[in-house]
Every structure is written in C-alpha cells, then in structure tokens.
Design a protein around this ligand. Structure first.
Ligand code: GCB
Length: 646
C-alpha cells in the first residue's frame, strides 16, 4: 500500500541527496513511478510534477565542450579558500534538510549580529588543480566534503556565452556562481562545463564548488579500488567564452576501408537550422562547407589524397579549423583507421602488435593525482623509453594532456571507465551514471588519433546482471563512436593440470562475444604460483578475436636485491617478466600486452611496512623515478619485437 506521505518523503530523499546529481534524481523518481501499483499513482504523478516547485527547481544540466583545452580561457586555477565539512554541515540542517543558507551563499559574519558560522575569506586555501590528500597531511585519508570558494573579476561581453569548465573533480560536485546553482556532476575523471552566462556580474564574482569523494556502493567506481581515492578539484578550472552560437562537439575520422576519406560531423548550439559550418585543413588545401540540420549537426565527407596517416612511426597531426557563425575552433587532429579482422588488430589496414604498459594517474616524484604537462611528459617519456607504442591509461580517463601528448608522441591508447571489480549491476541509476561517464570519456577524446580502444570494465564477475549491464555499455560505446573497437579486461577459467603436467587457461567469459578485442589480466608468478608456472601454462580462446594481456606483473621495492625466488626483490620481479614473456610468445592470438604497471602508485590496500607503505609496488619504475630490473627485461623484449616489425 503506498501513501502519499511516503511519496513525499521518498521524493525528497531522491531530490535532495547532495550525493545525487540531476541525472540520478530523474532515475530515482522514474523508479518510484515504475514500482507504484497502488491507486495513488495519479497522485504521485501530480506530486512529481509539483516537486520542482515544492523543493526547488532541478539544477541546470552541465555540458561538455569538446576541444575546451583549445579555446582561450580565463583560468581559475590557483588558490581556492576551502572549508573541510565532514558532516555536510554546509549543505544540511540538523534535520538533514538542505539549508537555504548553505555555504554556497558565501556569507560573512558581520556587525549586524546575524549568525554565520563559516567564513571562506578566513579559511585556509588549497590549490587547484590538485587533490586535497597530497596537499595537507590531515587530509591524507580524508573522504568527505570540501567546499571550495574563489573570488574573481569578470567583464561580460555582448553576444557571448560563458561556461565554468572543470577538467575533473572527484567524485560528486555541485557548482554555484554568485550564490546561484550552476550545475551538478557525478564522476571523478571527466570534464564538465556549466553555463554561467546569466549568473555572472560585471566586476566582482565568486564561485563555490562542493566536492565530495565519499565512496558509494552505487557509485562508479564503487567502494573498493586498488588506487588512492584522491578528492577535490583535481584538474584545471576555468571560464570559457564562446559566441552565442557555438560549436560544442565534433567528430572527424578517417573512414574505414577508404584510406583517404575523412568523414564526420560538427555540432552547433544556438544557431538557426541551416547555419553554414566550415571545415578547413590548410596543409591539405581542404575547405569544406556544410549546412547544419535541424538538430544542429553538419556532416562532412571528402577525399584527401595527399593525407599522411597517423601512426606510432609517423604521428602526423593536422591543424583543423572549424567555423560556425562567429565561433572558430582550431584543433590538431591525426587521421588513421583502427579495425579488427578475425584475431588481428589493423592500424591503417596493417596488422599491429601493441607493445604496451599500464599507467595510473599517479604523479611521478611528488605523488598525488597526476594532471600537469610535466607529469604527462615524464610518464609517457618512460613508456617511450621502454620501447612502448601503446599505453593502457588505467582505470579511468586521465587528464586530457595525456591523450594530447600521446597523439604527438605516437603512442596508442587504451582508455577506460572506472567500472572496476564490483558495481551495482542491478541498479538502473548506476547504469545511467556509468553510461554517462563512458559518453563523456568518448566525447572528450574521440578526435584523438592515439586513442584506439575504449574499455568498459576491469575484472568484473561473470554473472547475468553484469553481462546485461556491460552489454548495454558496449552498445553505448559503439553508438557514440562506431569507429573504434571496444574491449574490457577479463578474467579467465583455468582448467586442471593434464597428464603431461600442462594446464590451460581459457578465455571463455560470455562478455567476450560482445567485445571487439579481448583484454585479460593474469598474475602467474605473483598471485598465482611461482614465476615458472608460466612455462606450464597454455592458452585457449572461445573467440576468434585479438587478445591483449592487459595486466601481468609482480611487486618489487626498488633497491631491494636477492635471489629470483625472493618476493619483493627486483630479481623476483624480473623473473616474473622473463617467464611471462616466454609464455606470451606461445599464444597465437596475442596482439599486445600492457603489463602492470609503469610506476609504483598509492593504494590504501597496500600496507606492508618497509616495502609497500601504502604503495602498490608493481611499478617498473619507482615513484621516485628509479628503474627496476624488470624495466630492462621488458625493454629488451620490446626492442626485439620492434626490430621484427620493421
Ligand atoms: C588487478 C587490478 C589492478 C590492481 C592489480 C594488483 O588485477 O586490475 O587494479 O592494482 O591487479 O596490483 O593487484
């Protein structure tokens, strides 16, 4: 039996949780609508329609401006005043109802006697970009809310729209400008842009951003991860101005099969249907024009006979100019094809082997979440040193500087969403959130030639609910970007030893049927038996598809030496790599590998004193930049592979 009063409470719960975004609120109410079978259904619908009036209008949606890093920006990076708010006191009153006088109003105690129990101006600062954990000792393990506030000057311009751009904030954010709600966002690794045109004043302004990094059972990722839950404004924050009519998205790719036809589209917001969109590639003498349709999308397809295709050996990028009305955007884009044909991966129509390494967004030398150009150059520089032509950017989208630099350095990229280990596979709101994070990742990076694979999950359990969830994500990835193969890091079944002492690992996860490329994580020699178990292991696959060994490896503390049988020594780790490489050479359908991992990274699960000290030590390079012996073992293998491919 449902009672109207219950609905109100439920609606309020769904509406007002500061940990739910506009998107989730919609799903929450939709869920209620579906479940209610009692006669009060029509009353519910009526109450739902009133909800925005009763409890405040829902937040404006955020967007994602493609090529945001290519537009002139007014930076809001630097010091922000912060209030650490473990009890969400700035959001809720003592009945856990949202406070109309929340911290977003940025009030100040003054002589009038009004009670104001916070003061941004007198609060300490944290720097953005930057996680809070590595900036203040007391925040090292902090998981909760921090309010950020920044004052800035602004002068409006005619016929201009202004967006507050956040490169990433982990995990839930709510944004206000001058006390007015600008947008909400969920997901710690993708950018978002809130339109603030009408919220800004000429002169003094302030922005307040609530960031909460509490792990949530229904979140993506969920409660358990093997990396540090760095919170805060972890990437750049800026104001981006566009003309009234602006380009928010575009997709330009080399068409499969043709080798020289560029095809794609440009999406324009705010323009009249039929607005002319121009696309220029000066170096190729291309000037193309197309009219936007009623949805604002202008399509292009044209031959470029003189095109040099992007590849690791020739990471050629072209200046591409896109124009619509007064808006002009200039990007650097490489053109190449990436396809799967039976168990081969074809780059520009030719089979390619991916000599890779996995990378976490852990900052070299200083620790914390990586974001800077220097971080990207160091990490990708080490990958190049290793002889890699491929990197797996684990386990979430990294800062855009990484994919930009990979474009320039000629490194192919596996980019993934943080669907890690366990997720609430039965929860429609979690699926909506995962799909949104996937679409944001694709939208930001689909014009990067370096990105050759989208990955939808890592080491997820083989259950019907997981299969249906991930099938839906794979379909969403294909719909958003039909040009790239989709993969996931799977686990395998191990068959018992046969009479000759050999054992077999079989790639038989039913998800394999829906993926274009199979990823597989295995830790023979570390979690599974001694390193030499690798030479008693054969591999089979149920699917005629390419395999990338997306993880393998073992831990070593840099500078710790001993016998190759002694765990945590560099010699042990090197032995794991030697045995693994010998085994990998025998797998006929192996098309690449991304051993775990380039550099030691912080993890709360790694507690062994003197060895781990909260670092996962599987790095080939220490967090201080020292190369371990295994680095050189893998480097040797990559040298041989690279000379064979010439
Ligand atoms: C894995 C996970 C990775 C971990 C790694 C490890 O299988 O995918 O996130 O960090 O193992 O070191 O155990």
């Amino acid at each position: 039996m449902c009672r109207a009063a219950d609905f109100v409470i439920l609606i309020r719960g769904a509406e007002f949780s500061p940990h739910s975004t506009g998107r989730q609120r919609f799903h929450g109410t939709k869920f209620l609508q579906m479940r209610c079978t009692c006669q009060a259904a029509s009353l519910l619908v009526f109450l739902l329609s009133l909800a925005p009036l009763l409890f405040g209008a829902s937040s404006p949606a955020s967007t994602l401006l493609v090529g945001a890093d290519r537009r002139p920006a007014i930076t809001l990076d630097g010091d922000w005043h912060v209030i650490v708010d473990p009890y969400d006191n700035g959001y809720y009153d003592f009945r856990m109802q949202p406070r109309p006088d929340g911290y977003f109003r940025n009030e100040k105690p003054d002589a009038s006697g009004k009670l104001v129990e916070y003061d941004f101006a007198k609060s300490a600062t944290l720097s953005a970009p930057g996680d809070w954990n590595s900036q203040r000792d007391s925040l090292f393990f902090y998981e909760g809310t921090i309010w950020y506030e920044k004052d800035f000057q602004y002068q409006g311009k005619p016929r201009t729209r202004t967006f507050l751009h956040v490169g990433a904030a982990n995990y839930v954010s709510h944004v206000w400008v001058n006390g007015q709600k600008a947008c909400d966002h969920e997901g710690g690794f993708t950018p978002f842009d809130c339109e603030v045109t009408t919220l800004l004043h000429d002169g003094e302004n302030f922005a307040v951003i609530y960031v909460n990094n509490q792990r949530k059972r229904d979140g993506v990722p969920t409660l358990n991860t093997d990396w540090w839950n760095y919170g805060g404004l972890t990437r750049d924050v800026s104001l981006i101005e566009t003309p009234d009519t602006y380009i928010d998205d575009y997709s330009l790719q080399l068409q499969h099969g043709t080798g020289s036809t560029i095809a794609g589209w440009v999406h324009v917001v705010g323009g009249k249907p039929g607005i002319e969109v121009a696309l220029k590639i000066p170096e190729l003498g291309v000037v193309q024009k197309s009219l936007a349709d009623a949805q604002g999308r202008a399509s292009f397809s044209f031959p470029t006979p003189k095109l040099q295709r992007w590849s690791p050996g020739n990471p050629k990028l072209y200046d591409v100019e896109v124009e619509a009305g007064e808006d002009r955007l200039r990007d650097s884009i490489g053109f190449r094809t990436i396809e799967v044909q039976s168990d081969n991966i074809l780059l520009n129509g030719k089979p390619i082997f991916l000599r890779g390494v996995a990378i976490h967004a852990e900052a070299p030398f200083r620790s914390g979440r990586a974001w800077s150009q220097q971080d990207a150059e160091t990490l990708l520089g080490w990958a190049k040193d290793l002889g890699a032509n491929f990197v797996r950017l684990a386990h979430y989208p990294h800062d855009e500087r990484m994919t930009r630099l990979a474009d320039r350095m000629g490194l192919m990229v596996w980019s993934e969403v943080p669907l890690y280990w366990m997720i609430e596979w039965d929860n429609p709101a979690t699926l909506a959130n995962a799909t949104n994070q996937l679409q944001e990742m694709i939208r930001r990076d689909r014009n990067k030639a370096s990105v050759v694979l989208w990955s939808v999950a890592n080491e997820t359990p083989n259950t019907p609910a997981r299969l249906s969830f991930l099938k839906s994500l794979i379909a969403a990835a294909h719909a958003e970007d039909p040009s790239r193969p989709v993969t996931a890091a799977l686990l395998v079944t191990t068959l018992p030893d046969s009479s000759d002492g050999m054992r077999t690992k079989v790639l038989d996860d039913p998800l394999g049927e829906y993926l274009d490329v199979l990823g597989c994580n295995e830790y023979i020699g570390w979690y599974e038996g001694p390193p030499e178990l690798a030479n008693r292991t054969k591999w089979q696959s149920k699917y005629n598809k390419p395999l990338i060994m997306s993880e393998l490896g073992g831990g070593a503390k840099f500078g710790l030496h001993g016998a190759p049988t002694e765990r945590w020594t560099e010699e042990y780790q090197a032995e794991v790599y030697r045995q693994q490489i010998a085994m990998l050479k025998q797998i006929p359908f192996l098309r690449g590998l991304s051993p775990w991992i380039l550099m030691d990274f912080r993890s709360p699960r790694r507690e062994l004193p003197g060895i781990q000290d909260f670092y996962n030590r599987k790095g080939l390079v220490s967090n201080e930049g020292q190369k371990k012996k295994a680095f050189f073992v893998l480097q040797e293998y990559y040298k041989t592979l690279s000379s064979q491919s010439k």
